[in-house]
Design a protein around this ligand. Sequence first.
Ligand code: ADE
Ligand code: ZN
Length: 319
Amino acid sequence: MKLPVAELHIHLEGTLEPEMIMELAAKNGVELPYASVDQLRAKYEFSNLQSFLDLFYENMVVLRTAEDFREITLAYLQRAHDSGVRHVELFFDPQAHIQRGLGLGDVIAGIRAGLNVGLERWGISHKLIACFWRHARAAEAMDLMKLLVAEKHDIDGIGLDSSELGFPPELFQEVFDYARAHGLHAVAHAGEEGPADYIWQALDLLKVERVDHGIRCLDDPALVQRLVEEQMPLTVCPLSNIRLRAVDTMADHPLPQMLEKGLKVSVHSDDPAYFGGYMDANFASLMESFNFSTEQLATLASNSFESTFLDEASKQELL
Ligand code: ADE
Ligand code: ZN
C-alpha cells in the first residue's frame, strides 16, 4: 500500500539491509561474526529494545567512508520513494561513528550528498537530525553538541535515542537548551518502553517539537489531554513496536485509540531493515488489522506533513 506521506521517524543506520551489511563489510575489510546473509538474518529476533540495539550498533561498524553514507542514504531514498515518501527527516547517530574514528564532517557530507541526489532524482525533500545516545553520558552529548555548533555542521535538529529505561530525558536538558539557543529543532524518543513521565519530561524540560513513539502516553489521561490540546506530533512506529515487543500484536496496537482521542499521530518505520518493512509495509500491516477508512488514512497522511519542520508554504505544497 502506497500513501503519500512524510517519513519523520527513520534511523539511517536502521535502513542497512543485511545484504548491504555483508557487501560493505567485504568492501571495507570489516570482519563480521556471520558467514552469510542468512546467518545474519537469523539474528533478527528481538525480545526488547536493548536486544535490538546490541545488534544494530554491532552492524553499523561496516560504515567507514563518506561514500558509504552517501550510498546507504541513496539506497534508502530509492526504497522510500517506492513506498510513497515525499519528504524525509532523517535521524543518524553521530556518536556511533565518531567513536570508530570517522570524521563528523565526512559522515554528514556523505549523508547530505545522498539526500541531495534524492531531491533531484525523486523530488524527496529532507531535513537531517543528529540523535544523541541516552545511554552515554550527558557530558559527552554536550561536547558533541558544542562541536556541531562550533564547526557549523549542517544539521537541522537534534534528537535523543537508544536505551530508554533508566535514562530519563531530564539528563539532557542542558544539551537541548543549547541546541534551541542555536536555532536547532528538537525531538526525542519518549514513551516507547519508558513511562509516561518521560514524555512529560521531554515536553517540559527538553521542550521538544515532536515526540518519537509516545505510545505510553495512554497510561496517563492528563498527559493525553495535554498532547491533544497542544496537537503535539507523535511519530508512531507500528512494526517496530511489535518487533521490539512494546506491543504484543498488531491487533493490540494503540494507534486506532490514539487517533480516536484526537492525538496528532502519524505512522513511521523507525528501523525498517530490522523490523520487517518500510512505510508501505507498516500501512499494509495496519490495514490488515484495522482496515482504516479513507478518512483515517488521510488524517495519518496529513498529520505527517503538518508535523514536519518545513515552512508553511512547503507544507502546503505537500498537503
Ligand atoms: N535507535 C534506533 N532505533 C531506535 C528505537 N526504536 N528506539 C531507541 N533508539 C533507537
Ligand atoms: Zn526510533
